[in-house]
Design a protein around this ligand. Structure first.
Ligand code: GLU
Length: 526
């Protein structure tokens, strides 16, 4: 600890008098009135204009822990790095939260939830630390720090501002005044009392207690260029005064864990419990090795990739949910739970490493999910997707939404036979595209038996029920000495261009008399 600064000097150092005392902040943001065991979580992205699938994974864990415990889930926008700010980035984040149904607290009692609007809070806490000699103004310039760094490197010391290298650590009030009079704006640094020879134990909900060397770096709390806090300081202030009980964040924050624990202990505040999530990996198609999903190289790192491709958000939730809570798939298959929201997510079981993003597995969840959707819902999702991402499909559907519904109703609503051929909304439309005349592609390879097709047309009656229709096919097969299936295949390929389709009778019923006759005639005459 060093000598604390006077109130006047603190105001000068911070560019204004602090708005609150710590006691006032405690009163303004009191402990939450929630049932025992309720989790208070937050998703805290930086607005970089991009929503990483790993962010969705974290937000899902956050939301689920709050939801299943009757707690609160917050969305906190960490916009203190003004250089990295991207226009509309907050919209991208909020939009993802809505799409996935991660409804966050909007009562603002513990807000504001934009860090850039919380400067008064950070400065008030910094003022308290300055007064108690736990922080100090540092006037080192970028060049001076670079020099220190070079010298440290040359001498083989760890780099950073600590101990003897922290020039202003014990700066006197007179010197501070001199710097301020010269127009210099300081950063506010922690006066670290940690000693790397000692160990500090940090509690992670998944990994248990982890021992680290104590932190001795005088890290920056408030930046000199914009007066905004660093992540470390903002995390301390916000997660205390937002009364966060569980911090779910990426494992890249593990090295900062001792520092954060030090900060909470210094304040005498109860530290939240941490869940450091593993990074999401993929198998590199070139090397065959497992590596982190890269924002720069892997389109599937961006959640927009999945949305634009029409992956059902519920399938993504199921898939990511099963990664976080590994027993979920089994419970779902056994019918013990209906959805991820009914399955308990236990923090202890969240994987620490080796989280592999497997498209094949996501496909499985998507097929299961779409397979059980009632036709009206399926139509709605497919239509919503087209309206947003594919104008041509949207226009086609708008002409006759009923047609789409009849198509998608084929072999649906039969609990005994769940169709598993639909994976995404986009691919669903591609699967059934042959129903539209402008998308139907006649099969040029198939060798049609034109006698069979002619015979079918002679007796075709769209009003036949399925038995009567089938009897006619059997009759044609007998007449021409071919198998029933051959007759059906000729018709199937003539109507769809494909050798594999759902129920042929239903296809004809949905296509209607004129289309069926027209397509078969075209093949005969072609
Ligand atoms: N803004 C930080 C990040 O995006 C948040 C980490 C945290 O959740 O505390 O990594």
């Amino acid at each position: 600890m060093r000598k604390g600064l006077s109130a006047d000097l603190i105001s000068r150092v911070l560019g204004g008098a602090p708005k609150y005392t710590l006691a006032e902040l405690e009163a303004k943001y009191p402990p939450r009135d929630l049932p025992d065991g309720a989790f208070v979580t937050r998703f805290a992205p930086s607005p970089t204009g991009y929503m990483h699938i790993g962010g969705v994974y974290q937000a899902l864990i956050d939301y689920k822990l709050a939801q299943q415990s009757g707690g609160v889930f917050m969305l906190r926008i960490e916009d203190t790095d003004t250089k990295r700010e991207v226009k509309d980035a907050v919209k991208v984040i909020e939009d993802s939260m809505h799409r996935f149904g991660f409804e966050y607290d909007d009562k603002e009692q513990y807000g504001p939830y934009f860090q850039s609007e919380r400067k008064d809070i950070y400065h008030s806490i910094a003022a308290d630390l300055l007064a108690r000699g736990l922080a100090y103004p540092c006037f080192l310039t970028a060049e001076e720090m670079e020099k220190i760094r070079e010298n440290q490197k040359a001498a083989g010391f760890p780099t950073g501002i600590y101990g003897e290298f922290a020039r202003d650590r014990d700066i006197s009030e007179e010197e501070i005044v001199r710097h301020l009079d010269a127009g210099e704006v300081p950063s506010i640094r922690l006066y670290s009392m940690g000693n790397p020879e000692n160990k500090i134990f940090c509690k992670d909900a998944v990994r248990g207690s982890i021992g680290f060397p104590e932190n001795n770096e005088d890290i920056v709390l408030i930046k000199s260029n914009d007066g905004l806090p660093t992540y470390h300081f903002a995390h301390l202030c916000d997660d205390h005064f937002m009364r966060t009980t569980h911090v779910v964040r990426g494992e890249e924050w593990l090295p900062s864990f001792p520092l954060h624990t030090q900060l909470f202990r210094m304040m005498g505040w109860q530290q939240p419990l941490y869940i450091h999530t593993a990074t999401i990996d993929k198998i590199d198609p070139e090397t065959g090795k497992q590596r982190k999903l890269s924002k720069r190289h892997d389109p599937e790192a961006n959640v927009v990739f999945f949305l634009a491709d029409g992956w059902p958000v519920k399938a993504i939730i199921d898939y990511l949910g099963n990664i976080a809570a590994s027993g979920y798939e089994e419970a779902k298959v056994k019918g013990q739970v209906k959805s991820f929201w009914d399955f308990e997510l236990r923090p202890k079981k969240i994987p620490m490493s080796g989280v592999l993003f497997d498209m094949k597995k996501l496909e499985w969840w998507a097929k299961e999910y779409i397979g059980t959707l009632p036709v009206d819902e399926l139509v709605k999702y497919v239509r919503d997707w087209a309206n947003e991402y594919d104008a041509q499909w949207a226009a086609r559907i708008a002409i006759s939404p009923e047609y789409l519904k009849n198509i998608l109703a084929i072999e649906r609503d039969n609990p005994k036979r769940i169709r598993k051929d639909f994976i995404t909304w986009k691919q669903t439309l591609q699967e059934v595209s042959y129903f539209w005349d402008d998308l139907y592609v006649p099969n040029a390879e198939y060798e049609f038996n034109k006698d069979v097709l002619n015979a079918f047309l002679e007796n075709f009656d769209i009003c036949d029920d399925k038995d009567a229709w089938w009897a006619k096919i059997v009759e044609i097969a007998n007449r021409f000495g071919v198998k029933n299936g051959d007759v059906a295949m000729n018709l199937r390929v003539a109507l769809s261009g494909r050798t594999n389709t759902p129920d042929l009778y239903s296809i004809m019923q949905v296509m209607g008399k004129d289309r069926v006759i027209g397509r078969i005639k075209d093949i005969i005459n072609g």
